[in-house]
Design a protein around this ligand. Structure first.
Ligand code: HEC
Length: 184
């Protein structure tokens, strides 16, 4: 026997989360800033000293750029993944669910570069705006995130990240996501 769900509950299930347009625009702007800065500096480090030098850049500068942006904007910003390299990027329960949803959508044919999600959640009594945007794997990423990489790159990654899971990616895969939040 099916029970009829109250209309209000059905509406809550089927409606999209109410998007705060300003917050989404702001979050996208910060991602652009973070992404451009990361990529620019990564390319520079690769040119200057090859992938091993560039690993040292990612190791030190990626978290540093994120915290600079956080200080200036009032947002928390970072990167996470279903297969993490740095334990500091481990997804929380909300992020894990969103990352899995991105994979489901990609499997159903969505272009990873279009995948994002936002929601207002309550954390310890504080309303938070949370936003995630998928990061597609590009050719340049394969130097350090493919199944097969140069032995010297492999050695450097092993020494810095003994628990590294961020390997085996192909172009077009979802490498992970930017994750942002701010108190409302
Ligand atoms: C020179 C090697 C190198 C290249 C090239 C590289 N990465 Fe990474 N990547 C790293 C390292 C090292 C970390 C760990 C950074 C840290 O400690 O926060 C990392 C972490 C990440 C993370 C955070 C989640 C995690 O696994 O910890 C994402 C997302 C990511 N990389 C995406 C990319 C993308 C997308 C590209 C291509 C545009 C790329 N990477 C190219 C070395 C690299």
């Amino acid at each position: 026997m099916h029970k009829t769900l109250p209309i209000a509950l059905l509406a809550a299930i089927f409606s999209q989360p109410i998007l705060a347009a300003d917050e989404v625009t702001e979050a996208r702007g910060l991602i652009k800033q973070f992404g451009t800065s990361l990529k620019g500096q990564l390319v520079g480090a690769m040119k200057e000293g090859g992938p091993v030098k560039a690993i040292q850049f990612c190791n030190v500068r990626a978290p540093g750029i994120a915290s600079d942006i956080a200080t200036h904007s009032g947002w928390e910003i970072g990167r996470t993944s279903l297969k993490i390299r740095s334990a500091a990027n481990t997804p929380d329960a909300w992020e894990l669910a969103v990352l899995k949803e991105f994979e489901t959508k990609k499997a159903a044919g969505a272009d990873p570069s279009t995948l994002d999600y936002s929601e207002v959640v309550e954390l310890n009594g504080q309303k938070m705006f949370r936003y995630m945007k998928a990061i597609p794997t590009e050719k340049a990423c394969l130097n350090c995130h493919a199944e097969t990489i140069k032995p010297e790159v492999e050695a450097e990654l092993k020494s810095l990240y003994p628990g590294d899971q961020a390997r085996g990616f192909n172009e077009g895969d979802i490498r992970g996501a930017f994750t942002l939040s701010k108190p409302l």
